[in-house]
Structures are given as structure tokens and as C-alpha cells.
Design a protein around this ligand. Sequence first.
Ligand code: ADP
Length: 398
Amino acid sequence: MNVLVVNCGSSSLKFQLINSDTEEVAAKGLCERIGIDGRLVYQPAGGEKEVTEAPMPTHTEAIQMVLDALVNPQTGVLKSLDEVEAIGHRVLHGGSKITESRVIDDEVVEVIDECCDLGPLHNPANLMGIRACMKLMPGKPNVAVFDTAFHQTMPPKAYRYAIPTKYYTEYAVRKYGFHGTSHSFVSKETIKYLGLDPDNSKVIVAHLGNGASISAVQNGKCVDTSMGLTPLEGLIMGTRSGDLDPAVLEFVCKKEGFDVKEMLRILNKESGVFALSGNLSSDFRDLEDAMNDGNEDAALAIDAFSYRVAKYIGSYVAAMNGIDAIAFTGGIGENAGIVRKKVLSYLGYLGIAMDEEKNKIRGERCILSTEDSKVKVAIVPTNEELAICRETVELVNR
Ligand code: ADP
């Protein structure tokens, strides 16, 4: 089955056309600057990247450009759009009502719409992409795969905040967690890869990318995760602060004359390792180079990031009363050996031993722990598009 996987942001749209039988990507690309001017980057498998500038006032024109590129007689990969059998959409927020991926019908559209409040940057864009696909490919099944759904198995003790109940009952303020598609995919892959018992396993997934989150997955179900009502909570990230005393907001706002909105922008966009490194970079390649050149701020940024990851792992070992495996994924988790080494250096008490040679591996699935390590540690690359494709096929065939 050919599945078009679509991930819409407010002014961008990423896509992949995946053959679900071979799980190979036939073509991929992105539309940028939607609503501003418009630019399509399209790449067929084994072919050159092609860039086309064309007006994209809305997501509908952007999707139309993608569909035209897919059937282009020269560089297209399909003879006709009839060959697209289903569309899988990444959707940010499904609130508490959505606990799994869903074939999109009026009710699902309504829930995504209701959750715009909780995901104001993403949910409206996700809906625009869904509506554009429904309009341009009428009759084809559309599936929504939610970033929050995998975390809906968390118990109340993990997702409730200790603030007045009214905020929960009336405004749905609670921990939701994000990156669920990745945590679900990677935890399943880890269980298969390491030969664990799916019904009796304790896995921690560290999804360390520009946005970073960690989850505790017991018997295949999420029991806790680090992101919260929004993706700001938890780990230190590229430009996000992660956990901090909420009183910092008022304190700095008063000193600087900011309002809460401006402060949240700073906590999302100007904080994290970027801030700790003295605004050097949010990219771990730059930070590692600078650290190796003796830059102490860069060294602190990498240390603080790794320390926070290790502390979360420790708390999730407690949450599950044990641990069988830790999986590193995301751009940093898959590539930055320095971070993996620093994180694992805090976890010797768990009987973890790492193979230094294996830790030089980048971006490939591999077992990092030694034979006698009490806990298995692995790099398990994430593939959110493939995860969305698999979910879409499963739902369409149900
Ligand atoms: P996101 O999907 O959240 O944008 P990714 O998972 O793609 O992020 O991760 C991107 C980050 O991964 C980069 O900002 C960088 O910090 C890190 N990264 C990517 N490649 C490498 C590498 N070779 N070595 C170290 N870090 C890397």
C-alpha cells in the first residue's frame, strides 16, 4: 500500500510517500514558507533534490504541489494519484479523549479542533493539512496519529499536577507528554531487538533531539514521561529550559519588565543548551567541538544536559521498580557518544557497563552495553514517518 505521510507545521509541511509492503520511501520532501511565498523541496528515491518556488497561500496549494510532484511524468514516482491508498497525518494534541491513532471522521476533526487550545501552534496547522488532503483526494482514508496518544496510559499519580483541581477538571491542565509516536515506535523496536518479553518488560526511551523527552514504558505501556502540558517540561533541550522553579517566571518578569508571554518565548526559544553555552549553539556538534577547544560554557551545557537525562532515568527506574533496557534515540541519542557516555557514567549503580568501542557508532541500531551489563543499553533509531505509515495501514486494514 502507498501511504502519504504528512506532518504539517504552521508554515511548513513535511511529507514522505512510503510503500508499506517494502517500508521503503518512494519520495520525500517539504513545503516551506506556506502563507508567505512558497517553496517545495522534492526528492524521489535515488534521485536529485528539486526545488520549486511557487505561491502557497494555504496548505491546500502546498499539498496540491506535492501531489503534482508525485505524478510528474519526469521525476514523479506514481502514474496517478489513485495509487495513493491512504494518508497518515501527524497530529500534535489529542487531549484526554484520544488514546490511540484514529481514522479521521467528523468526531476526530472535532477533537483536534477542541485541542487547538492545548496545541495552539500545531493543531490548527494539522487540521489545515487534513482538510486539504480530504479536499484534494476525496474518498481516500485519512488517519491521525497523535503525539500525545501513547502517553494516555499514564496513571493519574504521574499526570496530575499538584495544583487546584479546578484547573484539571475545567481546563484540562495535566501532563500529556509528546513525541509519543517515537516513544511507541522505539519501545516496540527495542523490545523486539533485545528479545524482551513484551508483557514483562521495563524500558526507558530517551528521545534526545532538538526537542527532548524521556519515557518509562512498562509491559509496552507508557507509565510516565517528561514533557507536560506543553513540550516545555522535563529535560534541558536545544533552546527549551525544561524543568525549573515556576517562580523564576515572576522573578525575571519583574526584573526585566516582561509579560508572561515574552518569558515563555524566552524559555522555549532562548534557553536550554543554547543559553547554557553562552548563546553559542543549540547543536551538539558545535557544542562538542567548542568543548574540545576548551570552551567551559559548552562543557557545562553538555554536562547539565546529560545530568538531567541521568536524573530522569533514575526516577523512572524507581517508577517501574526496575529496568531491563535503555534506548537512546533522536539526533543526539543516536549520534552524540559523549552524551551517552556521560549519562551512563551516572548509572553504574544499576550494574550498567558500556562498551566504549560500540559507543563510537553513530546513527545505527546497536547494543552499547557489554555482555555482563545488568541492564541492556541500545541505540534504536527512531522513524516517526514509518511509525505513522504502519499505524495508518493497520487502521485502514482493520
Ligand atoms: P528534532 O527532530 O527535534 O528537530 P533531531 O532528532 O533531528 O531533532 O536532532 C537534531 C539534533 O541532533 C541537532 O540539533 C544536534 O544537536 C544533534 N545531532 C545531529 N547529528 C549529530 C551528530 N552527528 N553528532 C552530535 N549531535 C548530532
